[in-house]
Design a protein around this ligand. Structure first.
Ligand code: THU
Length: 142
């Protein structure tokens, strides 16, 4: 049982698709939206923000995470991700998976399609055997 309701899940999926319209993606023309649910029920949205210096592009998931953290939220229950791709659900990139595990390995990642169908995997399923905050606390040689 996830720690959120069916209604919250449907709302996250819908919101992730709505926020795609805010994407700044003149280079890829590939809008992405994200809606992040925190443990107190707040929802933070994000879109991809591209840059003429391509390496500086920020994905929708990281936009949402940074917005939440900068407002004092660090415990996440779920994040919905949306694109316009019809055939398959959109999966977060490797960088976003790493940023997600910084805040917990049990967050549900709701990967959606424009028809509002989705597939859910946890952050640890998406990034097994990961390096995270606890590794920095382990005993080290010398
Ligand atoms: N993008 C995201 O925002 N999230 C993902 O999970 C995959 C890719 C963005 C980055 C870039 O603006 C565009 O999609 C094409 O790669």
């Amino acid at each position: 049982m996830p720690g959120y309701s069916e209604e919250q899940l449907q709302q996250l999926v819908k919101t992730s698709h709505e926020v795609k319209k805010m994407a700044h993606c003149p280079y890829s023309k590939f809008p992405v939206g994200a809606a992040l649910l925190t443990d107190d029920g707040s929802v933070f949205t994000g879109c991809n923000v591209e840059n003429a210096s391509s390496g500086l592009t920020i994905c929708a998931e990281r936009t949402a995470i940074v917005k939440a953290v900068s407002e004092g939220h660090r415990r996440f229950k779920a994040i919905a991700v949306a694109s316009d791709v019809k055939e398959i659900v959109i999966a977060p990139c490797g960088a976003c998976r790493q940023v997600l595990v910084e805040f917990g390995v049990d967050c549900d990642v709701i990967m959606t399609k424009p028809d509002m169908t989705y597939k859910i995997m946890t952050t640890k399923e998406l990034l097994p055997c990961c390096f995270g905050p606890t590794d920095l606390q382990r005993e080290r040689a010398a």
